[in-house]
Design a protein around this ligand. Structure first.
Ligand SMILES: *Cc1c(COP(=O)(O)O)cnc(C)c1O
Length: 311
């Protein structure tokens, strides 16, 4: 509570997200898990899209830390609607787990970086409140959505009880995430941060990287979004690539491969210094970020052409 850089980063993030307070954490995963632990008791149920990060990439932490269970919803590209939420909510019958929280991922990672429309967010959160649920935004890439749409981060965050942003992805800082909410929420989050070993001594040196990122690297997310679009449009024409351009709204491209497995394409690209992420037999992800400029993208397109042209 005494480090001036950490305090400044927290204040800047709380302002950016329109919340009373914020808390610097070592990772985005911890921001999700602390939020779940504050909102839920063990045995409660959290609703989120079936593609959501806590289901696939958090080592089963929900079961370990809050002891809640997850009900996956069947959204489109990671985005579900208020009607699906209503249908998923449990009854108060004692046989049922108790629905406690709904979580929204902005942008949707496995949805291909698709932006949750503000209207959908408002409807889902309004419905959640009517149903007596807490609301959480996993905003790992919220600022990519902000830059893509011109809608402010505070506007996107306004209907959520808790929301966080990642500093170490597109924003390019070395370490951390910042979780925001009401003072009451953040006070409870502080206990969990300590409990999980997330309290860091002399953290100012890394928090300063976060301050730098918020001051200098938000506007430039436009380059990442534009580069992803440019790359997607260039590779979409290959018969071996099946790509829905309408999903390429920010800095992620997810596509299907045909006639070549994702793993084979991954290996061939890596030999030329281009790293993609195979996510299944025929599913591939490409992500743009501040270490990749337009010239690099031209090179990536050339490598795609060299490899896929052979087939
Ligand atoms: C990366 C990511 C996280 C976890 O963030 P870390 O900083 O890697 O712990 C959570 N949610 C989404 C959507 C992510 O993309």
């Amino acid at each position: 509570l005494e480090d001036p850089s950490v305090n400044k980063l927290n204040e800047m993030t709380a302002d950016l997200l329109g919340k009373e307070e914020a808390i610097y954490l070592p990772s985005g995963l911890m921001a999700n898990q602390i939020s779940f632990a504050v909102h839920c008791r063990s045995g409660d149920e959290i609703m989120m899209d079936r593609t959501a990060h806590p289901i696939h990439y958090e080592g089963g932490a929900v079961a370990v830390i809050s002891g809640a269970s997850i009900k996956p919803l069947n959204g489109i590209n990671g985005v579900f609607n208020a009607e699906q939420l209503v249908n998923a909510v449990r009854t108060k019958d004692y046989h049922d787990p108790q629905s406690r929280l709904v979580s929204v991922e902005q942008t949707s990672n496995l949805g291909g970086g698709v932006v949750w429309p503000l209207e959908t967010i408002k409807e889902v959160c309004h419905t959640a409140k009517e149903l007596g649920l807490y609301t959480h935004m996993d905003g790992a890439r919220l600022l990519n959505a902000v830059i893509a749409t011109g809608i402010s981060a505070a506007e996107y965050a306004s209907t959520f009880d808790s929301v966080w942003i990642d500093l170490s992805k597109g924003l390019g800082a070395p370490v951390g995430s910042v979780l925001a909410g009401s003072s009451q929420f953040i006070n409870k989050a502080r206990y969990w941060k300590q409990r999980l070993g997330g309290a860091m001594r002399q953290a100012g040196i890394i928090a300063a990287g976060g301050i730098y990122a918020l001051e200098n690297n938000i506007e430039r997310l436009k380059d990442d979004n534009d580069n992803a679009r440019y790359l997607a449009e260039a590779i979409e024409k290959y018969p071996q690539i099946e790509l829905d351009l309408s999903t390429v709204q920010t800095n992620i491209i997810i596509f299907q491969t045909k006639g070549i497995t994702a793993n084979e394409l991954y290996k061939r690209m890596l030999e030329k210094g281009v790293r993609l992420t195979p996510m299944g037999e025929n599913l591939m992800r490409a992500v743009t970020h501040l270490d990749v400029n337009r010239k690099d993208i031209e090179y990536v397109i050339q490598v795609f052409d060299d490899i896929l042209g052979e087939y």
